[in-house]
Ligand binder design. Sequence first.
Ligand SMILES: Cc1ncc(COP(=O)(O)O)c(C=O)c1O
Length: 403
Amino acid sequence: MSVDWGHVFASRVGGMTASEIRELLKLIDRPEIISFAGGIPDPDFFPTSALARAYEKIFQSNGGAGGALQYSITEGFTPLREWICAYMERNGVPVGLDSVLVTNGSQQVLEFVGKLLIGPGDKVVVTRPTYLGALQAFSPYEPSYLSIPMDEEGPELSALDAALAQKPKFFYLVPDFQNPNGTTVSLARREAILDRCAAAGVPVVEDTAYSELRYDGESLPLMAALDCARNGGKLTNVIYCGTFSKTMVPALRVGWVNAAPEVINRLVLMKQAADLHASTINQIVLHDVVSQIFDSHIKHLRSQYKERRDAMLAALDEFAPPGVTWTKPEGGMFVWVEAPETVNGTALLERAIKEANVAFVPGSAFHADRSGQNTLRLSFSVNKPERVREGVRRLCALLKESI
Ligand SMILES: Cc1ncc(COP(=O)(O)O)c(C=O)c1O
């Protein structure tokens, strides 16, 4: 007798399937492929010597490495949490240490938010499109999604009103340079979302993975800052997700969450149960590095990624066939392309990999309802400007044939 695993798995894992797109993207690990698929930072920009010095310092200090290699408190390395508090204060969110938990990347915050807030059948509001990883984090808790469309200012308010009337548990939103479509929510729309969510008693989960990567236009206040401004300096209705993955390096897996202390207390218990704490040594190293180079490093990243963003937009202007439209992001890593309805993004990807050595992510992956078949997410982050141009040229030639 052997175990029938399908029978033993909990019902909630039924929806966790490998996607056809992920299978296709396994094929792109070849040097001749120009990949616009991964929403990842360029390793050429990693602050490797600052990191190396910080690790060396730990191992060369007399007996000091012991602490860095030891278990530590669940809330996170205190000097790093203090740095985060000062950073948040600069950004209009004057939270205390009791409002900060360091996590293994912001992906872990999303997983914990799902665990904390979603029961089977609960409604969760997301934008259409939204970050695929958020759907993956929430879905095992068996929500039903209310996907609201976006216009040029952000989520449509009439759709948000209709969603809030259904008493959802929270609204998940990436207000700056959203993954996947690169759009930014206007200030007026941020205020209107907070008004409506506060009136309905629905928290906003604000994911700021790309917020620091602004290449032009005015910085807008964080939803968390607007929330604090309305509530006497206290973070009340917003759960803020932060990460060092796009600004420093993803491999250290350090992110954080800011929220009201009663929320953080619950999340700390979850973190304890999940993995006790984020890596002690990585938190110490990151604290050392961000204390020295955060601002100058961000400045460098902005100038480098801006060139690539500009190259992608210019190439689309030059090569895109009629009927194709795209977003013009002021920051982040993504341009979102909308082709005529007759184009199927997944079929196009298959051809693009085989015939043109170019890759992207079909936009349907970012729709809770699997719509958006004719959309594509292009990331400009890991290719130099001339390679970005060549990749867009090849993709547009294929698009022209497919329309
Ligand atoms: C919008 C968004 N949120 C969260 C994450 C997770 O990042 P990390 O867990 O590395 O902090 C990503 C990663 O791509 C992202 O695009």
